[in-house]
Design a protein. Structure first.
Length: 257
């Protein structure tokens, strides 16, 4: 049975990477109220974001481990309390907790990447009641599974995409040409979210896309910002694009009819 997260639109899906920061939005940064509002206003249904934990245990949407790039502050997110982070981000688009994002944007589907192990259980607990609108991801399968376990313990069943170890297992299974091995590698997985290339190695191939589809798993490619690349990957049959240019990607999809 397909998870409700996938029912919001037909494929291909456009996932607004950390929301959408318009070129004329002075001072606004990604993963903020303003960025998600802009993505929503532009027609995005799916948004990708990242989860960290504050010093006082609040799961928030934020990508980096520290404030240096966003606010010129070298402190780690894990060392700053929520109230202070909220004040720092007030002039940069507005900080969101995980639960707050799901409440503030009730029509959006969230793809949440758990960035640190300490955030896994709090994120899982926060998303449980909204699990039909959440897909949990992480490069680390242990973090991903911990978040899923916490959500399930609280009565929710979010969708999930594969972590790095599972992706490697799936790629090896695809190269073996064994449908059984591919299905085994992707048990419990709803989506493969992968880059087109990893260094010189091409990851997204017609064989991979076909094998994933046979296993009932979607293929989402990140981070695709060039419209020619968007078109080429959609022609290849991928199911979703994670992009900083959700506005442009939605136009590409609309033009395809």
């Amino acid at each position: 049975m397909t998870h409700p997260w996938f029912a919001a639109t037909a494929t291909p899906r456009i996932l607004a990477h950390r929301g959408l920061v318009p070129h004329d939005a002075e001072g606004v940064v990604e993963n903020t109220v303003a960025a998600f509002a802009a993505a929503h206003a532009g027609g995005a249904v799916y948004v990708e974001s990242d989860c960290h934990l504050t010093a006082d245990g609040v799961p928030i949407l934020f990508h980096d481990e520290d404030l240096n790039r966003v606010a010129g502050d070298p402190r780690r997110i894990a060392d700053v309390r929520f109230v202070e982070l909220e004040q720092i981000m007030a002039s940069r688009g507005g900080l969101l907790t995980v639960g707050g994002a799901l409440q503030t944007f009730p029509t959006l589907r969230f793809n949440l990447d758990v960035k640190v192990a300490t955030a896994a259980a709090p994120v899982g607990a926060a998303i449980a009641r909204y699990a039909d609108r959440v897909l949990v991801s992480s490069f680390d399968d242990r973090r991903r599974r911990a978040a899923l376990a916490a959500a399930r313990a609280a009565g929710g069943e979010p969708a999930t995409s594969a972590g790095r170890t599972t992706i490697v297992q799936a790629l090896l299974a695809v190269s073996s040409r064994s449908r059984r091995a591919v299905r085994h590698a992707l048990v419990g997985i709803d989506a493969l979210q992968i880059p087109e290339h990893q260094g010189p190695v091409r990851i997204v191939t017609p064989r991979l896309v076909d094998a994933a589809h046979e296993a009932g798993v979607e293929v989402h490619v990140w981070t695709v910002n060039d419209t020619a690349d968007m078109t080429r990957l959609l022609d290849l049959g991928v199911d979703g694009l994670v992009t900083d240019r959700a506005d442009a990607a939605l136009k590409v999809v609309a033009a395809r009819g």
